[in-house]
Design a protein around this ligand. Structure first.
Ligand SMILES: Nc1ncnc2c1ncn2[C@@H]1O[C@H](COP(=O)(O)OP(=O)(O)OP(=O)(O)O)[C@@H](O)[C@H]1O
Ligand SMILES: [Mg+2]
Length: 264
């Protein structure tokens, strides 16, 4: 049966807001829930790749001719750049540190905002995957525009901290501005991460987010959990590292909510 593939980009110009952690753990949770998932690492920091593959493997791939950077700079079909992970239903296209120079390379290209979209077209049309999840870097430029133009939906992870909402207005303005290029791009919602429910600013962040018009805030939020860092140190999603971890349950619940809420 041909599936409708949904492509979701995890973006927020605020650094350290939980994009890579949320993208990798929702990807793993969806795959465990029987969905076929392709993860794409759009960041030169290689964090999404490191969430599934060892540092040695990630660095080898980054230097090889089979990674996202090579595909995009040669404008090739991304089908040939997919790696399997050790998990069923979960594949990945790793990145390269050279992605840091991609904006400069794209600058002279015809229709430069749509290059990733073109490279992804065959995979999306094939319907092999239920979800393609893209991890974006903490920037707002031509490269992130490329990642968003290739996506159907955006999830904005927001850290529930005093500065967590800082820059969110810029993010909304940015999304609004690129709607002309990507008219079908939808904001799926805001996911709260690194939550400490005992802190006053958690409630403040939650209340401020609820006040935003036309913006869904996911009910399931992710609390601070040191197991996440242990799992990342071992190149594993938290659910694979410790199935009983609190954050593994929270990410599984958030993944279910995303799957229910996605614009089908
Ligand atoms: N729920 C959590 N509990 C504890 N630590 C967390 C949690 N979520 C994320 N972290 C840690 O917070 C840091 C930032 O998270 P992450 O790398 O996912 O953010 P990011 O938005 O992708 O960052 P960047 O903007 O640099 O790409 C990481 O060190 C990660 O291990
Ligand atoms: Mg990241």
């Amino acid at each position: 049966m041909i599936k409708t593939t949904k492509t979701i980009c995890f973006a927020n110009n605020k650094g350290g807001s939980g994009k890579s952690t949320t993208c990798s753990n929702i990807g793993y949770a969806l795959s465990q829930q029987g969905k076929k998932v392709l993860m794409i690492d759009g960041d030169m920091q290689l964090n999404l790749s490191l969430a599934f593959l060892s540092e040695e493997v990630v660095l080898d791939i980054a230097k090889s001719d089979k990674n996202l950077y090579v595909a995009v700079s040669k404008q090739q079909d991304l089908t040939d750049y997919i790696y399997e992970t050790e998990y069923e239903n979960l594949d990945i296209i790793p990145s390269s540190t050279l992605i840091s120079g991609i904006e400069y390379e794209l600058f002279t290209k015809w229709q430069r905002e749509f290059i990733v979209k073109k490279c992804l077209q065959t995979i999306q049309a094939s319907g092999i995957y239920d979800y393609i999840l893209i991890d974006a870097p903490p920037t707002l430029g031509t490269w992130v525009i490329n990642l968003l133009c290739a996506s159907d939906e955006v999830i904005i992870p927001v850290e529930a901290s005093p500065w967590g909402l800082f820059g969110l207005a810029n993010m909304f303005e940015f999304l609004q501005a690129i709607r002309e290029m990507a008219p079908n791009l939808m904001l799926l919602g805001i996911a709260m991460t690194k939550v400490n429910t005992n802190k006053k600013y958690f409630k403040q962040t939650q209340e401020s987010l609820y006040l935003l018009e036309d913006t869904h805030v996911f009910e399931n939020y992710i609390r601070i959990d040191s197991m996440i860092e242990w799992a990342q140190e071992n190149s594993k999603p938290v659910g694979a590292y410790k199935k009983s971890a609190r954050s593994a349950h929270e990410y599984a619940a958030l993944a279910k909510e995303v799957d229910q809420y996605v614009h089908k």
